[in-house]
Write a protein that binds this ligand. Structure first.
Ligand code: BF8
Ligand code: SF4
Length: 619
C-alpha cells in the first residue's frame, strides 16, 4: 500500500503538484500556543498567548479559561456541522413526494418515528406523515422549551445522570449559541463550567442532530443492509468513466449514484469509448453509499489527493465537510473536473453547481454527462491506478446486528429481537467486550497505521469491533471487513464470527452514524439491565482530526463510555483542562478520555479498561 502511495507522490512531482505531505513539512513545527490551546483571539485586545511570563490575557483570562473556551468552541463547531447536515436532510424529507426526486424508502422507520413523536399515523398519506415528522424534527433545532426528544431513548440511569448533572440538551441551535455566548469576551472563565456546556452541546449532537440525520437518511434512502463491496484506490477503472463522490450528505450522493445507473448515460459513456461509468465514494459519503448500494469505496480522508493523482478521475464531485481546498489546484494538473455543490463548502477554482432538491436528479444526470464528455481529455501518460483493493462486507446498523444475532439463538422470542446472544457471549468470556473505532486520519501519526495496529490487537484479544467513518475504511483496506478475517481473531471471537456469520469488524456507516453506536450500546445495556457506563464497551479514535470528532468524543463520554484517543486534544497548556477531560468528566458522566499516541500502549489501556468493566460486573 505504501509503495503505491510513493508512486503517486512521484506522479505529483511529475505534474508539479503539491500534496498534504509537502504542506505538513512547511507547517512543522506547529505553533505551540495553538497546539496547547492557550492562544485567545476572542476579542481584538488580543490575540493573547499564555507564557511563563504572561500568565493571563489582557482581560485576565488564564490558561484554563482560554483552553476551555477554545475547546468548547471546537465542540460547538463540530455539533453545528453534524446538525446542519441533519437539518438539510430534514428539509429534503419535508419536500419528499410520491412522484418527486426524493421518496420514502423505509416506511416502517418513518411510522415508528412518527409514533415516537406523537404524530398521528392512522389513515394518513405516508407523505403527509413524513412532512409532519420533518416539522417536528426541525423543531428540535430551535424549540423554545424542553429538551431533545431522543434523550428518552437512553437508559433510565443515563437520563437521570443527564438530568441531575444539568446537561440535558435543549434545542440544538440553542446549545451551540450558548456555547458561543459563554466563550465571548467577558463571559465564562471557569474551565469546569465550560466542560459541562461542552458535554451538553455534544449530547445535542449525538442524541439530537446526528441521530436525526441517521434516522431521516434511513427513512429517505433505506436502512442499510449487509452488502459486499470493495475498497481502496484499485476500485478506479482504467477503461471506464470514473466519477468520485466525496463528502457527507446522502441527499447529494444518492442522486449521483442513481444517475450513474441511467441506461442512456451508460450507453452514452460507451459511445465515447469507455466501457461504462464507474462511480465510487470517498470518505463518509463512501460509507453511506456502500451500505445502501454496495458502491465501492476509493479511500479515506488522507487519500483524497491520491484519488486525483491517479490521473484517471473524470470528475470529483463534493458536498460538505472534510474536503481539502487543495483538490481544486490539484485537479487542474489533470483533466479532472472538481465540482462543488453546496453553499456550505464553496472552494475557489471549483466548478460550483448548487444542488437543489427540486432539480436534484436532472442536475445529477448533467454531472454524469459532463464527466463522460471529459473522458476523452484523459491523458493516458498520466494514469497510474494502484492495483490494490480488498473485498469487504458492509452495512451493519443496529437492525442488522440484531437480525444476525437472532439467527443464532432460539432462546427468546422477542418481537424486536435483542442483544442477549452477544451479552451471553460477553458474560461467558468468549467475547471480552466491544470497541467502537471511529474517526479520521491525521498526519501527526503514520496514516492508517494506528488504526490497523489497534484493530489487529483487539481482534486477537477477542474484542469485537464496530467501525464508522474513515476508520471503517482502514478496516476495509486491511481486509478486516471480510468474513475471512476471522482467522486473525482469537478463538472466541472467531467462533462468534462463524456462528453469527459476520466479519470481526462491523461497518456501521459514516461519522454521523456514531449515533447508531450509541443506540447499540444503549440496547446492550438495557438488555443487560445495567447502565451504558457499566458494559465493557468503549470508543476509540486513534487518528482523529476534525471538530466533529471532538463533539463526538464528548457525546460518547456523556453516554458513559470511555474514549481512547491517539491524538491529544489541544488543551495541554491547561492543567485543569487536562484533568477535566481525563478525570473530571468521570464525576459528571462516569467516563473520560484516555490518551496515548503509541497505538500499542493505547490498545493495552483499552484491554485493561474492558477487563476492569468486566470485573466490576462480576464477570
Ligand atoms: O465525518 S472520519 S476525516 S470523512 S471527520 Fe472526515 Fe474524520 Fe473522515 Fe466523515 Ni468523520
Ligand atoms: Fe485576550 Fe481576553 Fe480578549 Fe482573549 S478575551 S483576546 S484573553 S483580552
Amino acid at each position: 500500500m505504501e509503495a503505491d502511495t510513493a508512486k503517486l507522490r512521484e506522479q505529483a512531482c511529475s505534474v508539479c503538484a503539491e500534496t498534504w505531505e509537502d504542506r505538513v513539512k512547511v507547517q512543522t513545527p506547529h505553533c505551540k500556543f495553538g497546539e496547547d490551546g492557550i492562544c485567545c483571539k476572542n476579542c481584538s485586545m488580543g490575540p493573547c498567548r499564555i507564557t511563563p511570563k504572561a500568565q493571563r490575557g489582557i482581560c485576565g483570562a488564564d490558561a484554563h479559561a482560554i483552553a476551555g473556551r477554545n475547546y468548547l468552541r471546537t465542540i460547538a463547531a463540530g455539533t453545528s456541522a453534524h446538525s446542519d447536515h441533519a437539518r438539510e436532510i430534514l428539509h429534503v424529507l419535508h419536500r419528499s413526494s410520491a412522484d418527486g426526486n426524493y421518496r420514502i424508502r423505509d416506511e416502517a422507520k418513518l411510522i415508528a418515528l412518527a409514533k415516537e413523536y406523537g404524530v398521528t399515523t392512522e389513515g394518513r398519506d405516508i407523505y403527509d406523515i413524513a412532512h409532519e415528522v420533518a416539522e417536528v424534527g426541525l423543531q428540535e433545532f430551535g424549540k423554545s422549551f424542553g429538551t431533545q426528544n431522543f434523550i428518552k431513548r437512553a437508559t433510565p440511569e443515563r437520563q437521570k445522570v443527564w438530568h441531575d448533572q444539568d446537561i440535558e440538551p435543549r434545542a440544538i441551535d440553542r446549545e451551540i449559541a450558548t456555547a458561543l455566548h459563554m466563550t465571548h469576551m467577558g463571559n465564562t472563565a471557569d474551565a469546569e463550567v465550560l466542560i459541562r456546556q461542552g458535554l451538553r452541546t455534544s449530547i445535542a449532537n449525538g442524541w439530537g442532530g446526528s441521530m436525526l440525520g441517521t434516522e431521516v437518511t434511513d427513512i429517505l434512502f433505506g436502512t442499510p443492509t449487509v452488502r459486499n463491496t470493495e475498497g481502496n484506490l484499485g476500485v478506479l477503472e482504467k477503461d471506464m468513466v470514473n466519477v468520485v463522490v466525496h463528502g457527507h450528505d446522502p441527499a447529494f450522493s444518492e442522486m449521483v449514484v442513481t444517475a450513474a445507473e441511467v441506461k442512456e448515460l451508460v450507453d452514452y459513456a460507451k459511445s465515447k469509448g469507455a466501457k461504462g461509468i464507474n462511480l465510487v465514494g470517498l470518505c463518509c459519503t463512501a460509507n453511506e453509499i456502500a451500505m445502501r448500494h454496495g458502491v465501492r469505496m476509493a479511500g479515506n480522508f488522507l487519500q483524497q489527493e491520491n484519488v486525483i493523482l491517479t490521473g484517471a478521475v473524470e470528475m470529483m464531485c463534493v458536498d460538505v465537510q472534510c474536503i481539502f481546498p487543495a483538490l481544486s489546484a490539484l485537479s487542474e494538473c489533470f483533466h479532472t473536473k472538481f465540482v462543488t455543490s453546496s453553499p456550505i463548502a464553496r472552494i475557489p477554482g471549483s466548478l460550483y453547481i448548487e444542488f437543489k432538491p427540486e432539480t436534484a436528479f436532472d442536475q445529477a444526470k448533467d454531472l454524469i454527462k459532463m464527466a463522460i464528455d471529459n473522458f476523452q481529455n484523459r491523458d493516458p501518460n498520466k494514469v497510474f491506478i494502484p492495483a490494490t483493493k480488498q473485498t469487504a462486507t458492509v452495512g451493519y446498523p443496529c437492525e442488522q446486528i440484531i437480525k444476525h444475532l437472532d439467527g443464532v439463538t432460539n432462546s427468546h422470542v422477542d418481537e424486536l429481537g435483542s442483544y442477549r446472544p452477544a451479552i451471553d457471549a460477553i458474560k461467558a468470556g468468549v467475547l471480552r467486550g466491544a470497541v467502537a473505532i471511529v474517526g479520521c486520519n491525521n498526519p501527526r501519526v503514520r496514516p492508517d497505521y494506528s488504526h490497523f495496529e489497534i484493530m489487529k490487537e483487539l481482534l486477537q484479544n477477542d474484542v469485537l469491533i464496530v467501525a464508522t467513518g474513515c476508520a471503517a475504511q482502514v478496516a476495509t483496506k486491511a481486509g478486516l471487513l471480510d468474513r475471512e478475517a476471522k482467522y486473525l481473531c482469537g478463538a472466541g471471537l472467531r467462533r462468534v464470527c462463524e456462528l453469527v456469520n459476520i466479519p470481526p469488524i462491523l461497518h456501521m456507516g459514516a461519522c454521523v452514524d456514531i449515533s447508531r453506536m450509541m443506540l447499540l450500546a444503549t440496547g446492550i445495556a438495557k438488555d443487560w439491565g445495567v447502565d451504558t457506563t457499566q458494559i465493557p464497551v468503549v470508543g476509540c479514535a486513534p487518528e482523529w482530526m476534525s471538530e466533529k470528532a471532538v463533539s463526538i468524543a464528548n457525546y460518547v463520554v456523556s453516554t458513559g463510555l470511555d474514549v481512547y484517543l491517539g491524538i491529544e486534544p489541544q488543551v495541554k497548556g491547561s492543567t485543569q483542562m487536562m484533568e477535566l477531560i481525563t478525570q473530571g468528566t468521570r464525576k459528571i458522566t462516569g467516563a473520560g478520555y484516555i490518551i496515548n499516541k503509541d497505538p500499542h500502549e493505547l490498545v493495552k489501556t483499552i484491554l485493561d479498561g474492558i477487563e476492569a468493566k468486566r470485573a466490576a460486573l462480576g464477570i
